[in-house]
Design a protein around this ligand. Structure first.
Ligand SMILES: NC(=O)c1ccc[n+]([C@@H]2O[C@H](COP(=O)([O-])OP(=O)(O)OC[C@H]3O[C@@H](n4cnc5c(N)ncnc54)[C@H](OP(=O)(O)O)[C@@H]3O)[C@@H](O)[C@H]2O)c1
Length: 242
């Protein structure tokens, strides 16, 4: 798919990796729906839109708590009114908080699973209704294969997302190609200590952190290639074979 002139939604693009994806899509001529969750992230989302426009693109800011189906529907009504359709969805929004199996509460489980698996599924379902042909990219994690003991529910949520990825590829073929990317250590969570950062890097084959650009490049590759669907690309410095 040629990105120029296409309509794209990037969830959780007020900052970090989502912002970089939104800006790069704009640079390539897409009109971008910048999504954020709350009033607290509105200023960041507006800043992303500023970068989108500066990159030569256009777009708008859309707010939704994606754990709430009603808010997802309201967001898509707004996107439909503003854009008229959609060609690209990047399911980037995610929560990442620690809890071992024994510490996992129902509230924590629901937060991780609802944000990281249920929300991307329903966002994709609604997005597909706006697409004649399109691309859906899901941001996953190697934790979905190996289940990190300290991030039990998070890992399960990303395992579910990988199943959602394969299932959606079948459900929407041949009209829409659906693929996933599993980033390695790229942008560390703010709460990570130096020790945690070093340990994450040590667990890659390449012994270094990646960059947001590495992830953006994989997103662009999957959008531009029309003969890949149901795939997962690890962009993780070899973390998944360690
Ligand atoms: N960073 C890494 O090195 C790394 C490694 C492995 C995988 N990944 C994956 O790559 C993607 C991007 O990573 P990141 O670190 O840039 O993400 P992030 O900063 O952890 O999260 C991106 C955004 O998701 C939004 N979000 C979370 N839950 C939401 C909900 N229920 N409803 C609406 N928005 C919600 C938040 O928006 P608001 O700020 O508006 O609340 C947040 O800014 C994620 O899917 C992540 O799992 C990243």
């Amino acid at each position: 798919m040629d990105i120029n002139g296409k309509l794209a939604l990037v969830t959780g693009s007020s900052k970090r990796i989502g912002r970089e994806i939104a800006i790069d899509l704009a640079r390539r001529g897409a009109r971008v729906a910048v999504h954020h969750r709350s009033a607290e992230s509105e200023a960041d989302a507006i800043e992303t839109l500023w970068h989108v426009k500066r990159a030569g693109g256009d777009g708008g800011v859309f707010r939704a708590e994606l754990r709430d189906l009603k808010e997802i529907d309201e967001m898509f009504e707004d996107i439909k009114a503003a854009f008229g359709g959609l060609h690209i969805l990047v399911n980037n929004a995610s929560v990442f908080s620690p809890a071992k199996a024994d510490e996992t509460t129902e509230e924590h489980w629901d937060e991780q699973l609802d944000s990281n698996a249920k929300a991307p599924f329903f966002v994709a379902q609604r997005a597909a209704r706006l697409m004649r042909e399109g691309k859906i990219i899901n941001l996953a994690d190697v934790a979905g294969h190996v289940v990190w003991p300290g991030y039990f529910a998070y890992s399960v949520s990303k395992a579910a997302l990988l199943a959602v990825n394969r299932g959606l590829a079948k459900a929407y073929a041949p009209r829409i190609q659906v693929n996933a990317i599993a980033p390695g250590p790229v942008l560390f969570p703010e709460h990570y200590s130096d020790e945690q950062r070093m340990s994450a890097v040590e667990r890659t084959l390449l012994k270094r952190a990646g960059s947001a650009e590495d992830i953006v490049n994989a997103v662009i590759f999957l959008i531009e290639n029309d003969y890949i669907t149901g795939e997962l690309i690890h962009v993780d410095g070899g973390r998944h074979v360690m």
